[in-house]
Design a protein around this ligand. Structure first.
Ligand SMILES: [Zn+2]
Length: 89
């Protein structure tokens, strides 16, 4: 995912609309941090597209990495009609 538009910022914390390099899907993320480590190490590795499940490096989202953002919880609340097939609760 890459940052398209910052929607909120306070000191180094920010929220932004992020876009997927692979499918073009855009989603909102909070809890972002404005420093080089976060931008070059965390975002490319740890932020996955909700649509194609790939990160910037083209790696598929692992099962164990479904807890990173509130975005995922919001998604699971919205998707009661279409629950994720790998839900293991
Ligand atoms: Zn995508």
């Amino acid at each position: 995912m890459q940052v398209h538009q910052v929607t909120w910022r306070h000191r180094n914390d920010y929220s932004a609309i992020m876009g997927c390099e692979h499918c073009g899907h855009q989603q909102h993320h909070g809890g972002l941090y404005a420093d080089a480590y976060f931008a070059f190490c965390i975002i490319p590795n740890r932020y996955y597209c909700d649509k194609c499940d790939l990160n910037s490096l083209g790696e598929k989202r692992p099962e164990s990495d479904r807890t990173m953002t509130g975005e995922l919880q919001a998604k699971s609340l919205k998707s009661v009609h279409d629950p994720p097939k790998d839900s293991r609760e």
